[in-house]
Design a protein around this ligand. Structure first.
Ligand code: MET
Ligand SMILES: [Zn+2]
Length: 784
C-alpha cells in the first residue's frame, strides 16, 4: 500500500438496509421496470437514498471521515453487484449486453429478472438468512473485466457530501464458492478454479477505488464460517489466504477490512489476523474468540498491526444489545493488546430501519427493541466508552441493564402455566403409534393411489387483498369480511371439485402471510407497521416479533377449515404453519434457547390440531418450508438443531389419533441432504418441490427406502407457464419408477398464492388428467 493507513474509527457497521425507510427503492425500481420512469430518474432516486443513508449514519454518530460509513447500497442484490463489477456476464446474456444502447443497469436487471428470451439467474438463500441472492454462473470462458464505475461513483458521491465512505463488496472466495458452474461448463469444472483470475480483477477494482480516494474497502468472506459449501473450511481458509496475500500486495489499494460474518470464525481468526488485511471482523454474537487466545497472547500476536472489528452488536435480530457485556468483551480485547473496535455481527440489511417509525407497538416492548438505527447508536456508545473510558458511558450501560431487567420481568415474557406445560412434555407426547398401524387406521379415509391435491393456497387476487386492506383500515366490519372470505372459500371448493382434485383445501384467502397470520393470532407475538426486511430484489417481508411465551388464546384456523369441509363430501385438509417455520420467519427472542421457544409454538399448534380434528377435519398439513433454512452452517451444530426442530414438529403433531393423516410440506431443492430428518418428522405424507429439478429427489428417496407418503411436485408454480398433461404425466412416471404407487401423491411444487387463476385452473386440470393417465396405464399393465 502506498498511502499510510488511517485506522478505522472506534465504531462501524458492516452495512445498512438499502430498501429505504418506506421502501422507496422498491417503488422506484418497479416503476422503472414498468417504463413509467427513466433510468436517469431511477439513478437519481438511488443517489438520494444513498445520500440520505450516509447523512443518517453520521447523524447517529458514525464518524464521517476514516471509512466508518459503509457504502452498501444495491439496486437489487450484492452478489449481482459483484457479478457486474467483475464483468462476469454469462454467455447466455451476451446478446443483452451487446444490444444497441444497453446500459449496465439493463444488463443488471436482465440477469436478475430474465426476459422473454432469457431465464433469470437462479436465486438462492444467502447463508442461513431469509435473503436470496442471484447465483453467478461461471464456466471456463466466462469473461472477467473490472467495471468499477458504480463503486467509484458512490465514493465520489460520498466525498462530495463530506463523507469518507467504505465501499463494500462480496469477497472473491465467497463470490466463487457461491457461484454455480454454468450449463456450458466442462465436467469437473468448478467456479473456484478461476480464483486467481478473479483476484486479479479485484486488484484492479481496488486500485480504481484507491484512485477515487477510498481509504478503506470492505470485502465480505462469510464463506469462512460455513460447512455448507463445496470446499471444507480448511480449504476455504487456504483459498482466502491465497487471495488476500495477493490482494494485500497490490501496489495501489485502500486499506482492506476482511469480514467473516454470520457465524463462528474462532477456528480461523488467528490466521486471518496474520493476513495483509488492515482490519478483520469477527461475528462475536454467533461466534467466539479462539479458546484461550487472549490469555496466551496468541491472538494479540496474530493481530499485531491489524485491527479487529469486534462484531458484538447483533445484526440478525432486533433486541437491544446488552451493552455492559458487549463493552466488557471489547475492552478485554484491548487489554490483551489487540486494536479492537466496535462493529456489528453482519450487515444490518437483515433488520428494519428504525424503531421510532413504529407507532402502534406497545411502548414497553418498543423500549426493548433496536432496529438498524438503534444498533448504530449502540455501536457509537460503545465506541465512546473505548475512547473516553467506561465512566463516560455509565448512564447508557445502566440504562441497558434496566432494559434487560424490565424485559425479563415484564408480564407475558415468562408465563408460569406455559412453562409448566412445556416442562411436563415427555417423549410420549412426540410419538404417534407406528407408521404401519397408522396406515391401517387411515384406510378409512379412502385415499386413492396417486391422490391429487394442492399445497394449500389458491391465488391471492386483487379482490382478496383489497378486502383485507379495507377490513384492516376499518372500512368494512368483521361480519362483512368474514362473509367475503366464506364466499371465497366456497368458490375455491367448487372449483377444486370441478377440476376433480381428490383432497381439497380451503385456499388460505384469510392469510396475509403464512407466518404473520399465526403470529397475529398467538399470544407472545407482535407485528410491526414498517419493519420491512429485504427478502430478494424488490421483495420484502415484515417478520413478526416473538417476544414472550407463546400460547393460543383461541382457535385460529378451525372456523375456515370446518366451513370448507361442511361444503363438500371430499376430504378438506387443515392447513397450519409449523413451529420451525414460524420461528425462522420471525424475529425470535434471544433470552432462551430456540428449542424452548419452538416447544411453546408446537404446543399451541397441537391444540389447534386437536380442535381441527374435533371439528371433523381428517387430514392436517403442517408446513415446514424453512426446516432446511435454519440448518446451522456449522456442521458441529447440525445434529442438535435437527433434534429440537424435528422434536418440535413431532410435539405439534404427536397428539393426532392414528386415523388422522398428518401431512407436511417442504419446498427447496436440497431435500436429499436431510431425508433422515424428514423421515424423523414422522409425518404420514410429505410434499416437496421437484418439478424444476425434474424429480431429482426420487433417486435418493428410492435409495433411502423411504416408506411414507410422498408428493414430489409435478407443477412448477414459480412461473405462469401451464405444464401439459403429458409433461406432468412424465414426471409422475419418473417418480413411480422409484417409489411405489401407494406412497405417491400428485401435487404442485408449492402454494398457488402468487399465481393467476387462469393458469392455475389450466395447470391443475392437466395435473388431474396426468394422474388419471398414469393410474389407468398402471392398471392396464398390472392387469387389475
Ligand atoms: C412456502 S410453502 C407454502 C405453503 C402454504 N400452505 C401455501 O400453500 O402457500
Ligand atoms: Zn412451499
Amino acid at each position: 500500500m502506498t498511502a499510510a493507513t488511517t485506522p478505522l474509527p472506534n465504531a462501524t457497521i458492516l452495512g445498512y438496509p438499502r430498501i429505504g425507510r418506506r421502501r422507496e427503492l422498491k417503488r422506484a425500481v418497479e416503476s422503472y421496470w414498468k417504463g413509467a420512469t427513466s433510468e436517469a430518474e431511477l439513478r437519481a432516486t438511488a443517489a438520494e437514498l444513498r445520500t440520505a443513508t450516509r447523512a443518517r449514519l453520521v447523524e447517529l454518530g458514525l464518524p464521517a471521515l476514516g471509512g466508518a460509513v459503509p457504502e452498501s447500497f444495491s439496486f437489487y442484490d450484492q452478489v449481482l453487484d459483484a457479478t457486474l463489477a467483475l464483468g462476469a456476464i454469462p454467455h447466455r446474456f451476451a446478446d443483452v449486453a451487446a444490444r444497441e444502447g444497453a446500459s449496465d443497469l439493463d444488463v443488471y436487471f436482465a440477469l436478475a429478472r430474465g426476459d422473454e428470451n432469457h431465464q433469470p439467474l437462479e436465486m438462492t438463500k444467502w447463508f442461513d438468512t431469509n435473503y436470496h441472492y442471484s447465483v453467478p454462473e461461471i464456466d471456463e470462458r466466462t469473461p472477467f473485466a473490472a467495471n468499477a464505475a458504480a463503486l467509484v461513483e458512490q465514493v465520489a458521491e460520498a466525498r462530495a457530501q463530506g463523507v469518507d465512505s467504505r465501499p463494500v463488496l462480496v469477497g472473491p472466495v465467497t463470490y466463487l464458492l457461491l457461484a454455480k458452474a454454468s450449463d456450458e461448463a466442462g465436467g469437473g469444472f468448478k467456479p473456484i478454479d478461476r480464483l486467481d483470475e478473479v483476484v486479479a480483477v479485484y486488484a484492479e477494482l481496488l486500485s480504481a477505488l484507491a484512485a477515487a480516494g477510498a481509504a478503506w474497502v470492505q470485502l465480505d468472506e462469510p464463506a469462512l464460517i460455513s460447512d455448507s459449501l463445496p470446499t471444507t473450511r480448511d480449504e476455504t481458509l487456504a483459498l482466502v489466504e491465497r487471495a488476500y496475500r495477493e490482494l494485500g500486495s497490490a501496489a495501489e489499494r485502500p486499506a482492506i477490512l476482511l469480514t467473516a460474518p454470520y457465524g463462528d470464525s474462532s477456528r480461523v481468526l488467528a490466521r486471518l489476523g496474520a493476513l495483509p488485511a488492515e482490519a478483520v471482523q469477527a461475528d462475536l454474537v454467533r461466534g467466539a474468540l479462539p479458546e484461550g487466545s487472549l490469555a496466551d497472547g496468541s491472538l494479540a500476536r496474530a493481530f499485531e498491526g491489524t485491527q479487529l472489528v469486534a462484531g458484538v452488536v447483533d445484526g440478525r435480530n432486533i433486541w437491544r444489545t446488552d451493552l455492559r457485556t458487549a463493552f466488557a468483551r471489547v475492552e478485554e480485547l484491548q487489554r490483551a493488546g489487540i486494536a479492537a473496535v466496535v462493529g456489528t455481527s453482519n450487515n444490518l440489511q437483515h433488520v428494519p430501519h428504525d424503531v421510532a417509525d413504529e407507532s402502534k407497538l406497545d411502548a414497553r416492548l418498543k423500549s426493548w427493541l433496536a432496529f438498524a438505527d438503534q444498533k448504530v447508536e449502540q455501536a457509537v456508545v460503545l465506541a465512546r466508552g473505548l475512547a473516553e473510558g467506561a465512566a463516560a458511558i455509565e448512564d447508557e450501560l445502566a440504562a441497558s441493564e434496566r432494559v434487560l431487567a424490565d424485559r425479563a420481568a415484564a408480564p407475558g415474557v415468562r408465563v408460569d402455566a406455559i412453562r409448566a406445560r412445556t416442562a411436563a412434555v415427555g417423549g410420549a407426547d412426540r410419538s404417534r403409534v407406528s407408521e404401519g398401524e397408522r396406515r391401517e387406521a387411515q384406510r378409512s379415509l379412502g385415499i386413492p393411489q396417486l391422490a391429487t391435491t394442492t399445497i394449500g393456497s389458491f391465488p391471492q387476487t386483487g379482490e382478496i387483498r383489497r378486502a383485507r386492506a379495507a377490513f384492516t383500515r376499518g372500512e368494512i366490519d368483521r361480519q362483512a369480511y368474514d362473509g367475503f372470505l366464506r364466499e371465497e372459500i366456497e368458490r375455491v371448493i367448487r372449483l377444486q371439485e370441478e377440476i376433480g382434485l381428490d383432497i381439497l383445501v380451503h385456499g388460505e384467502a384469510e392469510r396475509n402471510d403464512m407466518v404473520q397470520y399465526f403470529a397475529e393470532h398467538l399470544d407472545g407475538f407482535a407485528v410491526t407497521e414498517h419493519g420491512w426486511v429485504q427478502s430478494y430484489g424488490t421483495r420484502a417481508t415484515r417478520p413478526s416479533i416473538l417476544w414472550g411465551d407463546v400460547s393460543r388464546p383461541a382457535p385460529i384456523t378451525v372456523e375456515w377449515s370446518a366451513y370448507a369441509q361442511s361444503l363438500t363430501d371430499r376430504i378438506v385438509k387443515g392447513m397450519l404453519t409449523g413451529p420451525v417455520t414460524i420461528l425462522a420467519w420471525s424475529f425470535v427472542r434471544d433470552d432462551q434457547p430456540l428449542a424452548d421457544t419452538a416447544a411453546q409454538v408446537a404446543l399451541a399448534l397441537r391444540d389447534e390440531i386437536d380442535d381441527l380434528v374435533d371439528a371433523g377435519i381428517r387430514i392436517v398439513q403442517v408446513d415446514e418450508p424453512a426446516l432446511r433454512e435454519l440448518l446451522p452452517l456449522d456442521a458441529d451444530r447440525q445434529a442438535a438443531y435437527l433434534d429440537w426442530s424435528v422434536g418440535a414438529f413431532r410435539l405439534a403433531t404427536g397428539g393426532a389419533s392414528p386415523e388422522v393423516q398428518i401431512h407436511t410440506h417442504l419446498c427447496y431443492s436440497e431435500f436429499g441432504e436431510i431425508i433422515d430428518a424428514v423421515d424423523g418428522l414422522d409425518a404420514d405424507v410429505t410434499s416437496i418441490e421437484a418439478a424444476r429439478s425434474r424429480m431429482d429427489v426420487v433417486e435418493p428417496l428410492g435409495e433411502h427406502g423411504y416408506s411414507r407418503g410422498i408428493g414430489p411436485g409435478v407443477y412448477d408454480i414459480h412461473s405462469p407457464r401451464v405444464p401439459s398433461v403429458e409433461e406432468q404425466a412424465e414426471l409422475i412416471r419418473i417418480a413411480a419408477s422409484r417409489i411405489p404407487g401407494e406412497q405417491l401423491w400428485v401435487n404442485p411444487d408449492c402454494g398457488l398464492k402468487t399465481r393467476g387463476y387462469e393458469e392455475t385452473v389450466a395447470s391443475l386440470t392437466n395435473l388431474v388428467r396426468a394422474a388419471r393417465t398414469v393410474r389407468e396405464s398402471a392398471l392396464a399393465t398390472s392387469g387389475r
